[in-house]
Design a binder for this molecule. Structure first.
Ligand code: ADP
Ligand code: ADP
Length: 228
């Protein structure tokens, strides 16, 4: 579903953010991406979103060679990918419903289809009864679930999460991970960038570790922090 083949990224100022990175993520796979600040995690996610372009190598996403996805095709390309952020990036002057509907309105769905899909997404994250509230009235964990509903409302094949549990305690983090599990079970490929070694060690998921732009490990829980 995502294939990095000898990908490098050098920024215009000469910074080498990624060096010869190769890995493949299959459909329905959940993978953690970790590494210290400056290791290249954001750059890797930006390459998948086509916010940045590689300096070398081949990047295949959803069977498409991304080098052939031109500027005008980018909005369509990005509909295959849902993004979840640490700080939710929700609009507090709109209802929960409106926040989740936003990607569908931008994509031009009709109101009826929008309503159906928004309610299906809110149902999946357990927030159907909160659709008319402002996100400001919700807890941190609930806000993050609104962010997840918005990320999956147009049924992306890939879900990318950047520090999705950054502000949440372990119990709420587990709820978010359960949701990711459910999506992976219906075939969504999930990539989670995180510093949270506790979170990583609690799951058996594949772990990609970056260090100064190099992929230093690719396996299951190879940096297991606490051996319980
Ligand atoms: P992480 O997300 O792991 O903290 P980044 O991908 O943000 O790492 O950064 C990787 C390296 O690339 C760092 O050395 C950073 O300074 C550099 N970098 C990131 N963005 C840019 C940019 N737009 N221009 C130049 N250098 C950048
Ligand atoms: P349709 O749009 O075909 O009528 P539904 O919206 O009822 O289908 O969803 C059908 C099934 O697909 C659901 O059980 C849902 O869990 C699953 N599904 C597939 N991909 C995704 C995704 N990216 N996000 C959420 N659910 C998904």
């Amino acid at each position: 579903m995502i294939h990095f083949h000898k990908i490098s990224k050098r920024y215009e100022n000469g910074n080498d953010a990624l060096l010869n990175i190769s890995f493949e993520l299959d459909q329905g796979e959940i993978t953690f991406l970790t590494g210290h600040s400056g290791a290249g995690k954001s750059t890797l996610l930006k390459l998948i979103m086509l916010i940045e372009r590689p300096s070398g190598g081949r990047l295949i996403v959803c069977d498409q060679d991304t080098a052939k996805v031109g500027r005008s095709a980018i909005p369509f390309y990005r509909r295959q990918i849902g993004m979840v952020f640490q700080n939710h990036q929700l609009l507090f002057d709109r209802t929960v419903y409106d926040n989740v509907a936003l990607p569908l309105i931008i994509a031009g769905y009709r109101p009826r289809e929008t309503g159906r899909r928004v309610r299906a997404a809110l149902d999946k994250v357990g927030l159907l009864d909160k659709e008319n509230l402002s996100p400001i009235a919700l807890s941190g964990g609930e806000q993050q679930r609104v962010g997840i509903a918005r990320a999956v409302v147009n049924k992306p094949r890939i879900l990318i999460a950047d520090e999705p549990t950054g502000n949440l305690d372990p119990e709420l983090s587990a709820e978010i991970m359960d949701l990711f599990d459910q999506f992976s079970q219906v075939g969504v490929t999930v990539l989670i960038a995180t510093h949270d070694l506790g979170l990583i060690s609690r799951y058996d998921h594949r772990l990609l570790s970056l260090d100064s732009g190099q992929l230093i490990s690719d396996g299951t829980d190879s940096i297991a922090a606490d051996p319980h």
